[in-house]
Design a protein around this ligand. Structure first.
Ligand code: DLL
Length: 432
């Protein structure tokens, strides 16, 4: 089923016209209402009258997270506060937090976009959706909530945490859709038997997982563990929250809601747009947002774009599943490493769980890596020799996949802290 066939299957030419029309309107609006953008455009010598079509987007300035921080809390808002009906904020794990303001029109659009995402994931009014993303300033819980209600689902707004209760509700209420981070979905799956439940008594059939990078191998693992179809939902609070993009039944990239958010991929170094299929930083221009419209916001998430029509019938551009951010990239002894590469190797081998923690230290000026990996409950080793052999095997696999020496330490299940929201998997102690 397609929620909004007119838009989601629109011809590329029509979509282009819509982009052009909306971009011109956006540039006018931000120039007139946001001092920050007026100044940025003046500094670049660009006026709204210079923007004739979507191709002119390259004339416009980029926006970065630091700009949001510098204008904290409300200086980038484009409407008076009396028109803002909701505020969300990012947690600010890497610095001061950033805020997003929504008008009623923005909230209504968000509801529409989540309705499209959930429908794309095969969900309908017969479903019972357990929303285990956090409710509050984080956009995950409330963001998905309104769209789920809009398509007529039975919404169970559990919010994050309390594993026992999550499983009890899932079993008692007959939850058919679980919405949470992939790492929490893995934790919940691993906790099933410990809390006295079995998969057989659960009615789950779909997972709506996102808010953090996860590999295709993790998708297969979650699908196997839960017996479900797992979908990837992407978004960020600066742009809206969940629902900026979502993958369809084909699992061949995430459809970007490009009638509202125009995507570009730019080279990480030159910041120049690259062709379809070339990886770079994902940049969004919010074409319709009223509360806090952003022009060319550089997400730092790494992806590629594909404008070919999807087998599902949708024409909306697809972005490749995100496996990391340019600022997540670790440089170890000069070699670039994304944490997702470790997840990929572990799941490919399939002999441990996917719960890990990577510690990076500096010894005698050399970077060292120690990887703690949890064993599977079902695959606990009998002897120290077996443990050592498996550790060596993982070390070798990591070495050939990433070209780095990693010391692997296998630990018992539940030794590593499991997250209820976004997972933390790397502790870099080199600076301390
Ligand atoms: O994480 C919004 C969200 C909530 C998305 C629930 C999906 C589900 P922020 O806290 O602002 O917003 O974090 C945004 O998280 O720039 C990505 O780096 C990462 N991220 C979000 N979704 C995905 C995903 C929410 N599906 C940042 N895959 C983004 C990979 C993701 N990374």
């Amino acid at each position: 089923m397609i929620w909004n066939e007119k838009i989601e299957c629109m011809s590329r030419n029509q979509m282009r016209d819509l982009h052009s029309e909306r971009l011109k309107e956006l540039v006018n609006r931000t120039y007139n209402n946001v001092a920050f953008y007026r100044k940025r455009m003046k500094d670049l010598g660009v006026k709204p009258a210079d923007i004739h079509s979507i191709d002119d987007i390259v004339k416009l300035p980029f926006t970065y997270k630091t700009d949001l921080r510098d204008n904290y809390p409300f200086d980038l808002f484009a409407v008076p506060m009396k028109d803002i009906v909701r505020i969300h904020a990012s947690s600010g794990t890497t610095g001061k937090s950033t805020t997003a303001g929504y008008t009623q029109y923005d909230i209504d659009n968000w509801k529409e976009l989540i309705s499209r995402c959930l429908t794309m994931s095969g969900i309908n009014s017969g479903d019972i959706i357990q929303i285990s993303y956090g409710y509050g300033l984080f956009t995950g819980g409330l963001g998905i909530h309104y769209g789920a209600e809009n398509i007529g689902c039975t919404v169970v707004p559990v919010s994050g945490g309390n594993t026992r209760r999550q499983l009890q509700i899932m079993s008692d209420f007959g939850t058919t859709v679980l919405a949470c981070t992939p790492s929490y979905a893995l934790h919940l799956a691993d906790a099933l038997t410990e809390h006295g439940y079995s998969l057989k008594e659960m009615k789950l059939k779909v997972g709506i997982f996102g808010a953090e990078p996860w590999t295709d191998n993790m998708r297969l693992e979650l699908e196997k563990k839960w017996g479900i179809n797992a979908f990837d939902i992407y978004g960020l609070s600066e742009i809206m929250g969940p629902g900026v993009a979502n993958d369809c039944i084909e699992h061949a990239g995430l459809h970007v809601q490009e009638d509202h958010f125009f995507p570009e991929i730019v080279d990480s170094h030159t910041k120049l747009p690259v062709r379809d299929g070339t990886e770079g930083e994902l940049v969004f221009t919010t074409l319709t947002k009223e509360g806090i419209p952003l022009i060319r916001y550089n997400t730092r998430d790494l992806s590629t774009l594909n404008h070919e029509k999807c087998a599902c019938g949708r024409t909306m551009v697809r972005m490749k599943k995100i496996t990391g951010r340019s600022d997540d990239m670790l440089i170890i002894s000069g070699i670039n490493l994304f944490p997702s590469q470790i997840e990929h190797v572990l799941l490919e081998m399939g002999e441990t769980s996917a719960h890990y923690m990577l510690y990076i230290d500096k010894e005698n000026n050399l970077d060292t890596l120690e990887l703690l990996v949890e064993m599977n409950e079902s695959n606990l080793m009998e002897t120290i020799r077996d443990l050592q052999m498996l550790s060596r095997k993982i070390e070798n696999a990591l070495n050939s996949a990433i070209g780095l020496n990693v010391k692997v330490r296998l630990v018992e299940p539940k030794t590593i802290a499991h997250s209820e929201g976004k997972v933390l998997r790397v502790i870099d102690r080199r600076m301390k």
